[in-house]
Structures are given as C-alpha cells and as structure tokens.
Design a protein around this ligand. Structure first.
Ligand code: SAM
Length: 288
C-alpha cells in the first residue's frame, strides 16, 4: 500500500490498521502532533463530512484523501474500508469534531476490525463531554455519559427517570433549540440538582452557565435558544451519600438569590437530608 513522502522525501509508513484520531471540537489548533502525523500518512481518512474535515486538513496542510463514513452510509461504506485494511492500508477515522466513535457510528467499524483481527489504535485528544465535565465544577470522580436524549418530551422523561438514581455526575449532549425544554424535564425527573450548561467549548464564544436545573431552565425559557453546541452536566442525586461542599455551595448561593438564610437552610435540609444547622452555618458564611 502506498505511503507518502515526508518533507525530505522519506516514506513515513504507517502500520496497517485503524487509527481513531481525535480532532478539535472548535479551536482548530487543538490537533495533537501525533494526530497530525497519522492524518498526514494514512492511506485514507474516513470522516463524517468531507467538507468539515477538509477545512481542518487544509488548515494543517494535509492532503490525504478522504472517504465519507457516517450514520447514513456506514453499512455500505464499511466493506470498502475493510478491503483497504486487508490490502495492508492504514485508515484514520475522524468525526466532525472531537473523539471518533463517541455519538457516531465509529464503534461499529472498531467492532469489525476487532472481529477481523486488524490492529486498532488511537491518537486521543479533544472530547466535548469531558471538556464540559471538567469546566462544570461538578464532581468528576464518577460520571455517566448519556449522549443525546430523545427529542420528544415523553420519551426523554422516561430515559431521565431511568437515570434518576445513578449516583454519578451525568453528562448529556443537547441541541440548542431543545435546551430549555430538556432542562425543565431534567429538573422534573432528576430533582433540582446543581448543573452547568457548557456551550461553544474552545470557541470564541465559550460560555459556562452554572445553577440549579430549574434556574437554568427558567433562564433559557426567558432568554430563548442560545446559539451553538451544548453539553449539559448535572450533579449526582441530592440525597446520594455525599453531596460535595462545592455542590452544596452552588445550591446555597442559588437559593440565597431570592430566599432568606432560614428558608434556604430549611429547603435544602429537606431536599438533601443534611442537618439544617449545618446548611445554615454554611449559608451564613457564603452570605458574608
Ligand atoms: N465526537 C464528539 C466528541 O468527542 O465530543 C461529539 C460528537 S456529537 C455527534 C456532537 C455533539 O457534541 C454536539 O451536538 C454537542 O452536544 C457536543 N459538542 C461538540 N462540540 C462542542 C463544543 N465545542 N461545545 C459544546 N458542545 C459540543
């Protein structure tokens, strides 16, 4: 199988196999040196949208051929990719943004490669879920990535109800136009937990809005659908064994915006099961 010359005319041959290559989620500079090397030397780049990936490649002066591999042609395109591998080629798989195989059909290609004993490796990098999580300020020690929720409220509530007892921070991808409705359903099904709407990560208009689910829902109902791409991060169940100090502080601060110290302490004591005295003392500190 062909491989390309480097600047000095030497061949940079890649080992046969599938390379899962993470690409930026907004800022085109977020491409690792290794990702660049693999994309430059692969025989083919399998991508969701050749226009989107083409932009990245041209920004980084990479001229490797692309082949579309997305939700709608995955079944049809996979045999051709398998053929390239069986002839000794190297395929780089990328998604429109971030880590391939997360919320796209990439994992089926990985499965096929494993079944046929082709090497699968990765050049890890940007991912919207993890970036949203670490910027949310919510606990990162245990989390569950739940991808996209259904677009219809009934089904969405059903899925949320299934997740209500999970003792972990929850991460969702969400569309801007459904954001307010989804946040309302989340508050109803999960309780009014601390949460963060993380938007346009790594881009010019990056924004992290933190608050309780009900407050965030009210904000976006009033402000209308925001622009751009969104990850919603939600704290674990309030009555779970250990509510972190940071989570409690967020809830207290939000409560103090329109309630008295006494009312905030009473409400949170009921919701979290923590002693009212403890919450009152913390609220007193915060209010000072
Ligand atoms: N493979 C990607 C990854 O590693 O994050 C995710 C692909 S998924 C089809 C696309 C969704 O990811 C978007 O609808 C949005 O919810 C989220 N997303 C992608 N880029 C984002 C960004 N820059 N800021 C916030 N969310 C983003």
């Amino acid at each position: 199988m062909r491989s390309k010359p480097d600047d000095d005319g030497h061949k940079n041959r890649l080992k046969t196999g599938l390379y899962l290559v993470a690409t930026p989620i907004g800022n085109l500079q977020d491409l690792s040196l290794r990702a660049h090397e693999i994309l430059s030397n692969a025989d083919i780049i399998a991508c969701e949208d050749t226009r989107v990936t083409g932009k990245l490649l041209s920004r980084h002066a990479i001229d490797t051929s692309m082949k579309a591999y997305h939700e709608h042609n995955a079944e049809h395109a996979r045999p051709a990719l398998m053929k390239i591998l069986s002839e000794g080629g190297a395929i780089a798989l990328v998604s429109d943004a971030g880590t391939p195989a997360i919320s796209d059909p990439g994992y089926r290609l990985v499965q096929d490669c494993i079944e046929r004993s082709f090497d699968v490796t990765s050049a890890p990098g940007a991912n919207a879920a993890i970036t949203g999580l670490i910027l949310s300020g919510l606990p990162t020690d245990r989390f569950l990535f739940a991808g996209f929720l259904p677009s219809k409220s009934g089904q969405r509530c059903k899925e949320l109800a299934e997740l209500a007892g999970v003792p972990a921070t929850l991460i969702f991808y969400e569309s801007a136009k459904r954001l307010a409705a989804s946040l309302s359903d989340m508050a109803e099904q999960l309780g009014d937990r601390p949460a963060a709407v993380t938007r346009e990560l790594t881009k010019l208009h990056e924004e992290i809005r933190r608050g309780s689910l009900a407050e965030l829902a009210a904000h976006y109902r009033g402000a209308g659908a925001p622009k751009g791409e969104i990850v919603v991060v939600i704290g674990r169940p309030l009555k779970a064994a250990a509510l972190s100090d940071e989570e409690l502080d967020i809830l207290i601060s939000e409560g103090l915006k329109d309630k008295s110290l006494r009312d905030v302490a009473a409400k949170l004591a009921e919701e979290t099961g923590l002693p009212k005295r403890q919450i009152y003392a913390r609220a007193l500190k915060i209010s000072k």
